[in-house]
Write a new protein. Structure first.
Length: 988
C-alpha cells in the first residue's frame, strides 16, 4: 500500500505561519517555487494578497497529504501487526525526502506537435481510429473530438480494407502501409496507393499514433519513441536525455529548482517554441518519503468492515444502469459488438451532449435536473436523532453476518494518530474500477508494489468473470492537457484498450462483444471467446459529460459509484454529526454556516472567538476544513490570521461548509519536528465471485414477421384480454394470415398482457397489425383496458437456445398459449391454478427427462432460479405446501396437452442438436417459467416457486416408490382428475 503524507510536520507549519516570513524556510521556498514560480515569493514582500497565497501554500504543505509537487510525499509501506510510521530515522535530514520529475504532459504534447510539423508526413506512425467498425461493406466511425463529432462512413474497398488491416494492431507509417499495399497490388502505381493512405488520414480513418499515456511507459519515453519513428532522432535523444535527467531522485533542497532549470534549457535548445512556458508548468514533480514502519492488519480489517457496512446502508449505484436498461430493451439477451451498441447515432449510449442545442445551452428551463429533494433513509434519520438526543457521534455498527463482501477494489483513508484513540482512521471513499485506482500512479519504480497490484488485478479478473482464462484489460484515456500527469500507471493488465490520447493499445474495440448476464453487462473477446474484465487504474473521474463517451461506457460497465457516507437531503442541515463504523470515521462532523455570519466573524475584532461561536460542539478541537474532497484546506481556528486568509476567499458563497479534521488534530506519522498528517491508499482484491455464464453467444434475432402489442389493464381483467386475443388469433388463422402466437403477463410500467402474433408472410402483416389495433380499440371502448400500444419484438435468443432454439420455443409457446387461453376462460381460483401448476411442472420436467420421473436436481435448481436469491421463510413455505398437498394428491395427474407435448419434444431435440445436452436443463427451466407466467394471474413468480415445491415433493415420492419397488421405469400417476380441467377443478 501507499502512504501519502504532508511534507511539513503540522507543528512546524503552524509555527511558520505565526512567524513573519515562512518563505525563509528552505522547504517552503523550494516547494512554492516549484508549484507557482519565484514570482509569488517576490510579490509576497509587498503584497498582502501574495503573502496570503504563500500562507495558504504553507497550510497545504503541513495539513494536506495529497501529493502535489513538493508539498506532500508518498512511500510504500508494508502490512504488519501494528501501525507505526516514522520519517527522519536517517542522520541526514536532507535524506528524508527525495524528488523526481517528468516532463509535463502539456509540454510533451507541444513537443509532439512540433515533431508533426517538422517531419515527413509519410514517416508519422498511424493507428486505426479506435471507433472504426465494418458495417454493411463500409467503415463507420466517429471523427476525432468529443461526443458531438460527426459519424461518417467510408466504403470498404479492397485497397482501403487492406490499408486498414496493415495499420493494426501495431502502428504503421504511410511508407510502411504503401509498401504492404504494393506487394499485394503490384500493378497499382505507388503514388496512387500513397494518395489512398493520405486520404484515409485526412478522413480520420487513420490517426497519428502519438498517445502520451501508455501503461508501463513514462510519457517522455513514449514521446521519444514517437519522434524516433518519425525520423527525428536528435529531438528524440534530447527528450530521452532530459526525461532521464529529471527522473533521477534528487534531494528537495535549494539546488533542486536550478536542476530543473538546467534540464529545461537543454530541452529548449533543441526544440524551439517552448520558451514561453512558465516554470511551474514545465515539469510534473513528485516527492518520495523515506518512511519506516508498517500499517496494521487490524486497521485494514476495520476499513474493510466499514466499506461493507456502508454498502449495506447505501447500495452502490450502478453508474451505467440507464445504459444497461437501454441495451437490454434494444438487444434482449443477444451478444452485440461493442461498437454497435456505442454508435453515437444508432447505438444505446443515450443522447448526452449529442442531444443538446449549443444555442439553448445557457437557458435554464425545463428538465434542469434535480431540485435537491430526495428520500431520507432510516439510517440517516437515526444518526441525526441520536445526535440530537445525545450530542455524540453515531456508530453504524458492524456489517451483518451474512454480508457477502464488497466489490470495492481501492480505498483512501486518513490516519489518526494514537492521541486520537479510539478512532483510527477517516474513510474518504472507495473505487470499484481497479485495485490500482488510487495506488497505481505511485507504484512506478516500486517493483514489489506493482507486482502486488498485478496479482490483485488477476484475482479480481478471475472472480468477476468466474473464469480462470479471463482477460484483464486496462482502459486508457487522456482527454488532453495536464491531467495526463496523474494518469501515468504501470502495466497491470493482460491487455490495453487505448482510447483518445492513449497509446500502446493491444485490444481493439472491434474485438469486444457485449451481452446481458443477470443484472450486469458482460464483455467478451470475439477472437478467443474469453471473458474480458475492464479496469481503470487511475483516479480520473468518469462522470464528466465532456469525456469521451466510449471511456465513460467502458469505465462504468460493471462498476458502481464510489463508497462514502452520504447525507442526501439532510446535507442542508446546519450541523451534522460524526458517523463511525467502529474505530473508522465514515462521515465527519460538519457545520453549514451562512456566509454573512462568517463575514462578520472574519471582520470581528476577535475572529477566533467569533468563528468558534459559530461551530457548536467544536470543544477543544483546533482544525476545520473547507473545500471539496482532496482540495480541502485546513483552518487553524485558534489563529486569526489563518481564519482571515483562508475564509476571505469564500465569502461570496451563499453558505460555507466547514468539516472537522480528526487526522489533522492527531497526525499519525512521526517526524523530526513533530508528527506529519498522513493517509493511505489501499488496493484490494476482494470481490464477490461470480459463476461464469458459459451459454453460447446469440446474435440479435430479427423478427419482422411478428406483430407485438401490449394491452394495459387491471389484474382481474387480464383473463378477458387473453380470451379476446385468442379469438383474434383464431380469426387470423382461419383467414390464412397468421399461424403462431403467444401471450405473456407483465407488470413493468403497469400490469399488462403482451400479445405476439406471427404473420405468415409480409403481405399478411398489415392484416395482423390491423386486427390487434382493432382489438385494442374495442377493449379500450369497453373499459377492459386502460391503454394499449405496439412495440418491437426483441426475442431472448440465448435464453431459449439460439436462433434454432428460439424458433422451436416460439412454436412451443404458441401451443402452450392455445392450451392455457382455453384453460383460464372460467377464471379458476388461485388454489386451482396452484394445483394445476404443480401437476404441469411435474409433467413438463417428466417429459424433459424422457422417463417416468422428472430429474430432481434439475427441478431444484430451476426452483432456486425462481427465488433469485430472495430471503425464503422455509417454515412458511412448508406450512403452505402441507395445506395444499392433500388436494394435490387427490387431483394429481401429470399430463401434457398433445400439441404441447409434441412441440416440447421438438424444442428439446432442437436445443440438444444446436447447443448440446449441457444446457438443456437451463433452457427447460426458462420454458417452464413462461408456462407458469401464463397460468398465474396473481403473483406469478412466488406462485411458481410454490408449484415447484409441491411438484418436487411428488417427484421425491415417485423416486422413493421406484427405489422401493426396484423398478426405475414405473410410471407414477393417479386415477384422479386431470390438471387440464381447470375450470371444473373445484368440483373434483
Amino acid at each position: 500500500m501507499i502512504l501519502r503524507m504532508a511534507a511539513l510536520p503540522l507543528a512546524t507549519g503552524t509555527a511558520l505561519l505565526r512567524g513573519d516570513r515562512p518563505e525563509d524556510d528552505e522547504r517552503v521556498r523550494v516547494g512554492i517555487e516549484v508549484a507557482a514560480g519565484s514570482g509569488l515569493l517576490d510579490a509576497a514582500t509587498d503584497s498582502d494578497r501574495a503573502k496570503a497565497a504563500v500562507h495558504r501554500y504553507v497550510a497545504r504543505m503541513s495539513a494536506r497529504p495529497t501529493p502535489f509537487g513538493l508539498f506532500a510525499a508518498a512511500a510504500a509501506v508494508p502490512v504488519a501487526d501494528e501501525t507505526r510510521l516514522a520519517i527522519g530515522q536517517s542522520l541526514d535530514e536532507s535524506e528524508d525526502f527525495t524528488a523526481r520529475a517528468w516532463l509535463d504532459c502539456e509540454v510533451l504534447q507541444g513537443v509532439v506537435d512540433h515533431g508533426l510539423d517538422s517531419c515527413d508526413e509519410d514517416a508519422v506512425p498511424l493507428r486505426r481510429n479506435p471507433t472504426l467498425q465494418l458495417v454493411d461493406g463500409a467503415y463507420r466511425y466517429r471523427l476525432p473530438g468529443d461526443e458531438t463529432s460527426d459519424v461518417v462512413e467510408v466504403r470498404a474497398t479492397t485497397v482501403v480494407s487492406r490499408a486498414v488491416t496493415a495499420c493494426g494492431p501495431e502502428s504503421a507509417t504511410t511508407t510502411e502501409i504503401v509498401a504492404e499495399l504494393a506487394r499485394e497490388f503490384p500493378t497499382v502505381d505507388r503514388e496512387g496507393l500513397r494518395a489512398v493512405v493520405r486520404a484515409l488520414v485526412e478522413r480520420g480513418v487513420l490517426l497519428s499514433d502519438a498517445g502520451l499515456i501508455v501503461p508501463g511507459v513514462e510519457p517522455g519515453d513514449a514521446v521519444a519513441a514517437f519522434l524516433r519513428r518519425c525520423g527525428l532522432d536528435r529531438q528524440a535523444d534530447t527528450v530521452s536525455r532530459v526525461s532521464s535527467l529529471v527522473a533521477r531522485p534528487q534531494k528537495a533542497t535549494g539546488d533542486y529548482v536550478a536542476h530543473l532549470d538546467d534540464a529545461w534549457k537543454e530541452l529548449t535548445s533543441e526544440i524551439p517554441g517552448l520558451d514561453g512556458i512558465p516554470p511551474q508548468f514545465r515539469f510534473h514533480v513528485e516527492m518520495q518519503a523515506n518512511v519506516e514502519g508498517t500499517v496494521s492488519r487490524e486497521l485494514l480489517r476495520s476499513l474493510s468492515q466499514a466499506v461493507m457496512r456502508l454498502e449495506e446502508v447505501y447500495p452502490p449505484v450502478d453508474m451505467a444502469s440507464d445504459f444497461f436498461d437501454r441495451f437490454q430493451e434494444r438487444y434482449g439477451d443477444a451478444t452485440v459488438p461493442l461498437l454497435q451498441a456505442a454508435d453515437p447515432e444508432h447505438g444505446v449510449l443515450g443522447r448526452g451532449k449529442r442531444g443538446r442545442s449549443a444555442i439553448a445551452a445557457g437557458v435554464n428551463i425545463g428538465g434542469g435536473g434535480s431540485d435537491g429533494r430526495g428520500k431520507v433513509s432510516s439510517v440517516q434519520l437515526a444518526a441525526v436523532d441520536h445526535f440530537m438526543r445525545t450530542g455524540t457521534p453515531y456508530d453504524l455498527g458492524a456489517p451483518s453476518k451474512d454480508n457477502p463482501g464488497s466489490d470495492c477494489l481501492g480505498l483512501i483513508a486518513s490516519l489518526i494518530g494514537p492521541s486520537g484513540a479510539p478512532m483510527a482512521a477517516v474513510l474518504h471513499g472507495g473505487s470499484p474500477r481497479s485495485p490500482g485506482a488510487f495506488a497505481a500512479r505511485f507504484s512506478a519504480g516500486r517493483g514489489e508494489l506493482t507486482a502486488q497490484l498485478r496479482a490483485q488485478v488477476r484475482a479480481v479478473s478471475i472472480g468477476r468473470a468466474g473464469a480462470e482464462d479471463a482477460i484483464s484489460a486496462e482502459v486508457v484515456y487522456h482527454p488532453s492537457g495536464r491531467i495526463g500527469n496523474v494518469l501515468v500507471r504501470p502495466a497491470l493488465c493482460d491487455e490495453t484498450i487505448a482510447l483518445s490520447g492513449a497509446g500502446g493499445g493491444t485490444l481493439a474495440l472491434d474485438r469486444l462483444l457485449l451481452r446481458v448476464e443477470g443484472h450486469r453487462i458482460a464483455v467478451y473477446d470475439a477472437v478467443t471467446g474469453r471473458p474480458v474484465v475492464l479496469f481503470v487504474s487511475s483516479a480520473h473521474g468518469t462522470e464528466n459529460d465532456r469525456l469521451d463517451p466510449l471511456y465513460w461506457m467502458l469505465a462504468n460497465i460493471g462498476a458502481r459509484a464510489t463508497w462514502s457516507w452520504l447525507w442526501g437531503p439532510l446535507s442542508r442541515l446546519s450541523h451534522l454529526p460524526r458517523v463511525c463504523c467502529g474505530d473508522v470515521i465514515v462521515g465527519a462532523e460538519t457545520w453549514r454556516v451562512p456566509s454573512a455570519s462568517v463575514r462578520d466573524a472574519v471582520g470581528a475584532a476577535d475572529p477566533v472567538t467569533a468563528l468558534r461561536a459559530l461551530l457548536p460542539g467544536l470543544g477543544d478541537r483546533t482544525w476545520v476544513g473547507i473545500g471539496p474532497a482532496d482540495e480541502k484546506l485546513a483552518i487553524d481556528t485558534t489563529s486569526a490570521q489563518s481564519i482571515t486568509e483562508i475564509l476571505s476567499r469564500h465569502l461570496k458563497e451563499r453558505e460555507i461548509q466547514l468539516t472537522e479534521l480528526p487526522h489533522v488534530e492527531h497526525p499519525a506519522v512521526a517526524g523530526r519536528g513533530g508528527a506529519h498528517v498522513g493517509e493511505i491508499v489501499v488496493g484490494r482484491a476482494a470481490v464477490r465471485d461470480r459463476i461464469r455464464d458459459t451459454s453460447p453467444h446469440c446474435p440479435p434475432l430479427a423478427r419482422p414477421d411478428w406483430v407485438y402489442f401490449q394491452y394495459f389493464s387491471g389484474v382481474s381483467s387480464s383473463e378477458q384480454v387473453i380470451s379476446r386475443a385468442a379469438q383474434v388469433v383464431r380469426q387470423l388463422r382461419d383467414a390464412g394470415a397468421a399461424d403462431q402466437w403467444f401471450f405473456i403477463r407483465y407488470d413493468e410500467g403497469g400490469n399488462h398482457i403482451r400479445v405476439r402474433i406471427r404473420a405468415v408472410s409480409a403481405a399478411a402483416r398489415p392484416a395482423v397489425l390491423a386486427a390487434l389495433d382493432t382489438l385494442g380499440g374495442t377493449l379500450l371502448g369497453e373499459g377492459v383496458i386502460t391503454s394499449y400500444r405496439s412495440d418491437q419484438y426483441v426475442p431472448e435468443g440465448r435464453r431459449y437456445g439460439g436462433p434454432e432454439g428460439m424458433s422451436a420455443a416460439e412454436r412451443l409457446f404458441s401451443a402452450d398459449s392455445d392450451d392455457l387461453a382455453a384453460r383460464v376462460v372460467g377464471e379458476p381460483s388461485e388454489e386451482d391454478r396452484l394445483i394445476a401448476a404443480a401437476c404441469d411442472v411435474y409433467a413438463w420436467w417428466q417429459a424433459a427427462g424422457g422417463g417416468a420421473r422428472p430429474e430432481l436436481e434439475a427441478m431444484r435448481r430451476a426452483q432456486r432460479g425462481v427465488a433469485m436469491g430472495g430471503n425464503l421463510d422455509l417454515k412458511l413455505i412448508g406450512k403452505i405446501t402441507r395445506k395444499y398437498r392433500p388436494e394435490l394428491d387427490r387431483r394429481f395427474k401429470p399430463e401434457l396437452h398433445p400439441a404441447v407435448q409434441a412441440e416440447l419434444a421438438r424444442f428439446l431435440a432442437t436445443v440438444k442438436s444446436s447447443w448440446g445436452e449441457r444446457y438443456v436443463n437451463d433452457l427447460m427451466a426458462s420454458v417452464v417459467h413462461m408456462h407458469c407466467n401464463r397460468l398465474f394471474a396473481f403473483d406469478p413468480r412466488r406462485m411458481e416457486y410454490l408449484a415447484y415445491a409441491l411438484a418436487i415433493q411428488k417427484a421425491v415420492q415417485a423416486h422413493a416408490l421406484a427405489a422401493a419397488s426396484g423398478n426405475s421405469d414405473t410410471a407414477v400417476g393417479s386415477k384422479h382428475g386431470s390438471a387440464h380441467e381447470l375450470d371444473h377443478g373445484s368440483e373434483h
